[in-house]
Design a protein around this ligand. Structure first.
Ligand SMILES: Cc1cc2nc3c(=O)[nH]c(=O)nc-3n(C[C@H](O)[C@H](O)[C@H](O)COP(=O)(O)O)c2cc1C
Length: 348
């Protein structure tokens, strides 16, 4: 089946094309990290050469707490993109998210675009991906198990994207029974279940419901980075919904509030949504993230500078984060969470 006659593939192709431009950024809302500043610590005794970012994630050792966020699969372009992202992630020994696997259940045409990931990245943690709108339709967990097997996933991510489904042409904004479906997946899958947004953020209330359903990872994917309402408005030329372009909870707010749930639940908290520079990444760690994740900036870097460029970007970011750790007296990333960041208005 050609992409033109397969609406899911065609949509994925258009998403990639639009996300390679900056047209899909938020207009006025930011992710809020610019409202914070690190506290300079004049008597630091940190030895930068000893800072090490290695940690365990999903039972595997990773070199940096950086996740290449779920992006693509199910189109002809996706195979090449996923192949290169997998090589990069494998070289850096960092986790990688797969784009929505919905297309893989429709037919076998693009299975290679998903399988190439595990082929090129044999040991890293790989996160499978499917939308909430699909999950609520499945009568049992078999389709999701098929997706886990297809990429040999270490965790399965469900993306909750009510805003995108609402605006998307032929979107499916019907998530009734979602929490029950998630609970069922948690019980029946042999890998942990994570939940992510796609750029409108997960609130503390929503995260609390997900964690009590047994979810083991929350990726807040907050507002301030890529606007998926924006992507769909541009695709559909549907300007009546322009006011929703900037809808959503800023990434910094989501992290600050959802991290409070760590007192009650054990889970991975992933900070994403406009993590486009190392300072934002460091602030995300300081506000509670265990890992940070980026999507669009990685796609653009891959397009401009190839796999080498992506790998250099991530390594460079963590070199900058080392400097921030030195200047704040933090020997481990977790130390950044010990009062090393303040709101800018407190400075004056
Ligand atoms: C081209 C592209 C495709 C995406 N496709 C998916 C997807 O299939 N599933 C998903 O959960 N998120 C998807 N996302 C959303 C990202 O994972 C991320 O949550 C969102 O773009 C915000 O991060 P950013 O500001 O770093 O781009 C996609 C993002 C991009 C740029």
């Amino acid at each position: 089946m050609s992409e033109k006659s397969n609406p899911t593939s065609q949509r994925k192709k258009e998403h990639i094309e639009l996300c390679l431009t900056d047209k899909v950024a938020f207009h006025d809302k930011t992710n809020g990290f610019e409202k914070y500043e690190f506290k300079h610590y004049a008597v630091t005794e940190i030895d930068i050469s000893k800072i090490n970012f290695e940690q365990q994630f999903l039972g595997k050792k990773i070199n940096y707490p950086f996740l290449i966020s779920c992006m693509t699969g199910g189109t002809s372009e996706a195979e090449n993109i996923n192949a290169q992202l997998a090589v990069t992630a494998n070289k850096l020994n960092i986790p990688l998210g797969v784009g929505s696997q919905r297309q893989a259940l429709e037919n076998n045409d693009y299975h290679k675009s998903y399988k190439i990931i595990r082929k090129n990245a044999p040991v890293i943690p790989i996160l499978g991906n499917i939308g909430a709108a699909e999950v609520v339709k499945y009568k049992d967990t078999k389709p999701v198990r098929t997706m886990v097997d297809l990429v040999e996933a270490d965790a399965m991510v469900i993306h909750v994207n009510p805003l995108q489904e609402l605006i998307q042409d032929k979107g499916e904004p019907d998530f009734s029974g979602l929490l029950k479906s998630i609970e069922k997946l948690v019980k029946n899958l042999n890998v942990p279940v994570f939940v992510k947004e796609v750029g409108a953020g997960i609130s503390k209330d929503a995260a609390g419901k997900l964690l009590s359903a047994g979810v083991k990872g929350i990726d807040v994917a907050g507002a301030g980075g890529t606007s998926w309402a924006g992507v769909e408005i541009l695709r559909n030329k549907w300007e009546t919904n322009n006011f929703l372009w900037d809808w959503g909870l800023p990434t910094s707010y989501c992290l600050r509030t959802v991290s409070l749930l760590k007192k009650k639940y054990s889970f991975y908290l992933i900070g994403s949504g406009g993590i486009n520079d190392p300072l934002s990444a460091a602030k995300a760690f300081a506000l509670g993230a265990d890992l940070v994740a980026s999507a669009r900036i990685i796609l653009r870097e891959l397009n401009e500078s190839g796999a080498e460029g992506v790998s250099k970007l991530i390594i460079d970011w963590f070199e900058v984060i080392k400097n921030i750790m030195f200047l704040t007296g933090s020997s481990r990333l977790k130390d950044l969470q010990k009062g090393k960041i303040i709101r800018k208005d407190e400075l004056y």
